[in-house]
Each structure stands twice: as structure tokens, then as C-alpha cells.
Design a protein around this ligand. Structure first.
Ligand code: PLP
Length: 391
């Protein structure tokens, strides 16, 4: 079946007694044993919950993996996977990484004896150079956040597998509707389901999908031992959001493509970042994914335009997240990427003229009106202000 069919049908007819179309929410934390040594498959909710299991099977199927695991947040999912590594292990990681992942790696996991090298994963030679005898894993974000650079997932995973490293792909931006990293050779996929999968800015969740029985058993043991699992109500809310993922992704992308065009032609804008910007990135993206997604970033000609632009937007909210039906704009240098040291931020191009837009599913004309009005207002105010200053 196709992804949109699988998505729409999540959780249907799981309750044989009632035939409920929407998956029931099981709040029970404990489950009665039929007899000594027997189990219904459910004993204690941290280990397995009947609602959460439906979600976990759905994401495993959508990603083409063996097993799915639902966690209390994207960060909880990444932390759970880091339990696969031991003191002394080294990982190679995407250079312009999600700020929260960078913070977890540098502020928490280095204290547990893990080390990380941040590398532009488009450069296989740079990966080979960063490798050392302690390297055990590679962590890929593609497209990257916020510069939308594209990593050749298949090439990087091939290299990783040949070296015996575990490969993990954060598939938050693409979702399995557009990209299935396990089919490109990755061992593990991780999601902040808070973003596109949930899709409505109302549920915090993380998902993991593993490939292979042995690896799946290890992740299951970590998921159950660490216990950062998703509650049943949130599992239901996430499934409810996922049912419309296909429709939403198509609309996010349609709007994003049109907005990149609009912004590229705008005199106040210096550059627009989207997976189609660089011809090589575009080629790789088209080979490994079925779309480009709904995220874009743009660099203004002048950073002094930023405060007035953010203040003048009426429809697009200045808020820190992405992937929901509502359009949100983020200022990475003080928000999502604030924990990344300034020198590194500037090296990867996250400068104070850069804004990131999570394009929603609103009417395109309304979005363009809002952006063009705010850009105009910002240009007027900023030029007045600088004139006053000169006087
Ligand atoms: C938001 C995000 C995370 C963290 O997920 P939470 O659900 O906020 O814990 C990880 N990776 C990426 C790419 C994200 O956008």
C-alpha cells in the first residue's frame, strides 16, 4: 500500500470487540495475567501499552523498518539511542545540527565519555578524516537545519557500514512521506514527531525505527530501561495528526516552493535556502527523496531589518518550532541555535541576518501578502531610523 493509505488507516479496527475506527486510548498502567507464566502481551505500560503499540507499528511500517518506539520527545528518542554507545566511543555528526541535539551531545553526553566531531557530511573525504579508531556511529540530518543542505544518505551509510559504524538519520524534516532512510541503508531513524508527524503544534513526541532483529532488541531494552516513553493520550493525538500527513506535506511543499520564488526576487533578501538552491544538493535530494519539504530559510541584506520584520508580521507567528499547519518564523541565532557557540554558528552560516520559515498550509496569497507587507514596513522603518541616527 502507498504511504497516504497507510497513514489514513492508522489504528483502524484494532479493537476487535467494538470495531472502533479510532484507536482506543488505554490508560491502564497494569495488565492482569491470565495465569501464572502467561501474559496478554501487556504487563506494565512502560514496557508496552496497547495504544502506543499501534503507533509504534505504524511508524515502523511507514519507515520500512522492523520495530518502532515512541518516546516522550524527540530529545528523549535521541538520548535513548545514545544508550547504544559506551564510554570512549566517538560519533561523527552533521555540522549544522539541530541546536537541542548539539546541546545534548556537548553538555550532557561528553560528561559520560562520548565524543563528537561535527562534519559537513556532503564531503566523504572529510568524514574519513574525522574518523578515529574509537568511531562507532554517524548521526545525519538531511536536509540540515537551518541551511537545508543535503547529505547523500546512501553514500554516507555505505561508508559507515563498511567501517562497522551505526548510522542514525534524524528524519524530522522529510518524514517517511518524502524520505525513507532505512531503505537508503541507515540502521536507525529518529524523529521529533512534535513537528510534521504531529503537525498541529499540540503534542510533544519522539519516534525511533530500527532495522534488524538484534539492533531492535537492543533499542527495546534501552526504551524500557530508560523509560522516556510516550503516554497513551499523546500517542493517540499523534496518530490523529499523522492520518493527514500526506495532504499536509503536499501543501507545505507547494507553498514553500512558491515562497522561495517570491523571496528570491525580493530586493531586501540576499539569499534563500531550500534543498533546490544548490544544483548538487538538488540532484541528491531528487534521487533519495520524493520531495523537498516545507522548510526554508532566508538571509536578509541587513540584520537591522530583523526586529521590525518580526514585529510587522500579522499572520506568520514569531515562534520556535516547525512542521505545524500554522506558519512560524524563527530567528535561529537567538532561538533554535542559541546554544551553539557564535564562532561555530557563523562558520556554518547561521548568522544574524538569517530567518527560518516553517511554511504552513494557509492560502499562499495571504502568506505572500504578510511577508511582503512586513518586508516593506521593515525597510521603511529601518531607513527612517538610520536617517534619524545620522542627524
Ligand atoms: C525539534 C527537533 C528535535 C527535538 O525534538 P523535541 O520533540 O523538541 O524534543 C530534534 N531534531 C530536529 C531536527 C528537530 O527539529
Amino acid at each position: 500500500m502507498h504511504q497516504e493509505t497507510k497513514l489514513a488507516q492508522i489504528g483502524k479496527s484494532r479493537c476487535r470487540t467494538t470495531g472502533a475506527i479510532s484507536c482506543p486510548v488505554y490508560y491502564s498502567t497494569a495488565y492482569e495475567h491470565p495465569a501464572l507464566g502467561q501474559s496478554t502481551g501487556f504487563d506494565y505500560t512502560r514496557t508496552a501499552n496497547p495504544t502506543r503499540v499501534v503507533l509504534e507499528e505504524a511508524i515502523a511500517d511507514l519507515e520500512g523498518g522492523d520495530r518502532g518506539f515512541a518516546c516522550s520527545s524527540g530529545m528523549a528518542a535521541i538520548q535513548t539511542l545514545m544508550g547504544l554507545f559506551s564510554r570512549g566511543d566517538h560519533l561523527i555528526v552533521s555540522l549544522d545540527l539541530y541546536g537541542g541535539t548539539y546541546r545534548l551531545f556537548e553538555e550532557v553526553l561528553t560528561r559520560y565519555g562520548l565524543s563528537f566531531s561535527y562534519v559537513d557530511l556532503r564531503d566523504l573525504e572529510a568524514i574519513r578524516k574525522a574518523a578515529c579508531p574509537e568511531t562507532r556511529g554517524i548521526f545525519i540530518e538531511s536536509p540540515t537545519n537551518p541551511l537545508m543542505r543535503v547529505t547523500d544518505i546512501q553514500a554516507v551509510c555505505e561508508l559507515a557500514t563498511a567501517q562497522g559504524w551505526l548510522s542514525i538519520v534524524d528524519n524530522t524534516f522529510m518524514t517517511p512521506y518524502f524520505q525513507q532512510p532505512l531503505e537508503l541503508g541507515a540502521d536507525l531513524v529518529v524523529h521529533s514527531a512534535t513537528k510534521y508527524l504531529g503537525g498541529h503544534n499540540d503534542v510533544l513526541a519522539g519516534l525511533i525505527v530500527s532495522r534488524g532483529t538484534e539492533l531492535s532488541e537492543k533499542v527495546f531494552a534501552l526504551h524500557n530501561s530508560i523509560g522516556a516513553v510516550l503516554g497513551p493520550q499523546d500517542a493517540w493525538l499523534l496518530m490523529r495528526g499523522m492520518k493527514t500527513l500526506a495532504l499536509r506535506m503536499e501543501k507545505h511543499q507547494e507553498n514553500a516552493l512558491a515562497l522561495t520564488q517570491f523571496l528570491r526576487e525580493h530586493p531586501a533578501v540576499e539569499d534563500v535556502f531550500y534543498p533546490t538552491r544548490d544544483p548538487l544538493d538538488r540532484k541528491v535530494q531528487e534521487a533519495q527523496a520524493r520531495g523537498y519539504g516545507g522548510m526554508l530559510s532566508f538571509r536578509l541584506k541587513d540584520s537591522s531589518l530583523v526586529p521590525e520584520l518580526l514585529a510587522s508580521l500579522k499572520l506568520i507567528s514569531f515562534a520556535e518550532s516547525l512542521g505545524g499547519v500554522e506558519s512560524l518564523i524563527t530567528y535561529p541565532s537567538t532561538q533554535t541555535h542559541a546554544d551553539i557557540p557564535e564562532a561555530i554558528r557563523h562558520r556554518v552560516g547561521v548568522c544574524d541576518k538569517l530567518l527560518r520559515l516553517s511554511v504552513g498550509i494557509e492560502n499562499l496569497g495571504d502568506l505572500i501578502d504578510d511577508l511582503s507587507g512586513a518586508l516593506k514596513q521593515a525597510s521603511i522603518q529601518t531607513s527612517l531610523y538610520s536617517k534619524e541616527e545620522r542627524v
